[in-house]
Design a protein around this ligand. Structure first.
Ligand code: ATP
Ligand code: MG
Length: 387
């Protein structure tokens, strides 16, 4: 296994905590990533110092989650999350500990962590404190709970989705006892907040192995949001690594399998933002209707759903011919929206049209112009509508 060096600011944080008489180690995802030769996304330090002590040692800190012992320390614009050694009490809601207790022992802090590969502490010289066989599991590519898997998933049901997410991101397998417990505990996922479920769903979809999300549905981890059932998402890894096409592909497969009735309701329940909900829902509807394959059908789709949704539908379908059709229609200068129609509502008012009839006449003319682009001239359109 390759070994990367931690950056200077992390070394500085740890050495200043040590100089003040505390223990401090890198921990969690950054240790895992260093050992795998991957560049860590964020830096976590665990320390025997309490939050107020952490704050007194560093000039620039943000109290990120002090109740849970976490202070963000900023050095030269770089930041690390520094968390006091802590243990966790009972979890009555299957999502958050009822209380956290600051402890003086690193072992207790490592014991509360989810998986062995995430429960390794590292000194800045590279030595490891690895009480649960995390390095062996990392080398073998195994996701294994720290302690009793059933208890750990019962405490915090999110760990089940995290297990799948680490499989998807790292290409690991879940160890058999951990997997058996995951199957038993899957119904507890109904207690999770939609935001946390969405976070893991998105990370799985954006990983190297996005089809891992099939397992979340098959195991019932998404039963709060869909009817139980299985989906096969073979095309998912072929899509670009962007959330919208991958989410859209998931939605059309859920619609086709009957697990969801409506894209908008599914994405809203997971608290996606309005833009994503609207775009993905429109694109999924277009894909189910069948993609436009003529210039006229493309213009009608663009008028109805907008450029971004049509483009998303085509990216999701990986249909290159339709993509070039979209480009040629979009760059043709032809009219396919009411804005570019050569006559406006006022013209129709002066001709005596009133109320709903104005809109209907404009739509009629737009339909005509879509099929006859050369007719988008004021006089021609006025003549057509007069008769
Ligand atoms: P990444 O940063 O790639 O998402 P990570 O392992 O660093 O992976 P974080 O969510 O940043 O994940 O959490 C940091 C560490 O905190 C984890 O490695 C793990 O030790 C611990 N941890 C995070 N979430 C949980 C949880 N739900 N249950 C137990 N321990 C957790
Ligand atoms: Mg992390």
């Amino acid at each position: 296994m390759q070994s990367l060096q931690p950056p200077e600011f992390v070394k500085t944080i740890i050495s200043r905590l040590e100089a003040a008489g505390f223990e401090a180690y890198m921990v969690g995802g950054c240790v895992r990533d260093i050992l795998m030769g991957r560049v860590p996304k964020d830096w976590d330090v665990t320390t025997s110092a309490r939050p107020e002590e952490i704050r007194s040692i560093f000039e620039s800190t943000v109290p990120t989650g002090e109740r849970h012992g976490t202070v963000t320390v900023i050095i030269d614009g770089n930041q690390a999350e520094v968390t006091a050694f802590r243990s966790e009490s009972a979890y009555t809601d299957h999502r958050r500990p009822d209380a956290v207790t600051f402890v003086s022992d690193l072992a207790e802090d490592l014991e509360r962590r989810d998986f062995t590969i995430n429960a390794i502490a590292m000194r800045t010289d590279g030595t490891l404190i690895d009480y649960f066989g995390g390095k062996i599991d990392l080398e073998a590519g195994i996701i294994r709970c720290v302690g009793n898997a059933g208890e750990r998933f019962t405490e915090d049901a999110l760990r089940m989705l995290r297990a799948l997410r680490f499989c998807a991101e790292l290409g690991f397998e879940i160890e058999p006892l951990t997997f058996a417990a995951l199957k038993d505990c899957a119904p507890l996922s109904v207690h999770l907040s939609p935001e946390r479920v969405r976070g893991e769903l998105c990370r799985i979809l954006l990983s190297d192995r996005p089809a891992t999300i099939e397992k979340a549905f098959a195991l019932g981890l998404m039963d709060n949001y869909v009817r139980p059932g299985e989906i096969v998402l073979v095309g998912l890894p072929l899509l670009p690594r962007r959330l919208e096409p991958r989410l859209c592909y998931l939605c059309i497969n859920l619609l086709r399998s009957g697990q969801i009735k409506e894209t908008t309701a599914f994405l809203s329940a997971l608290r996606f933002d309005k833009r994503t909900i609207s775009l993905v829902s429109k694109a999924a509807a277009l894909l189910l209707e069948g993609l436009p394959d003529t210039s006229g059908a493309m213009k009608r789709a663009l008028f109805k759903s907008g450029h971004d949704a049509v483009s998303l539908a085509l990216q999701t379908s990986l249909d290159c011919e339709s993509l070039s059709l979209l480009e040629s229609v979009a760059s043709s200068g032809d009219c396919f929206t009411l804005d570019c129609l050569a006559i406006k509502g006022d013209d129709l008012l002066s001709l005596g049209f009133r109320g709903k009839a104005v809109g209907e006449a404009l739509l009629f003319l737009l339909e005509h112009v879509i099929d006859n682009p050369d007719d988008n001239e004021r006089n021609i359109l006025l003549n057509i509508i007069k008769y």
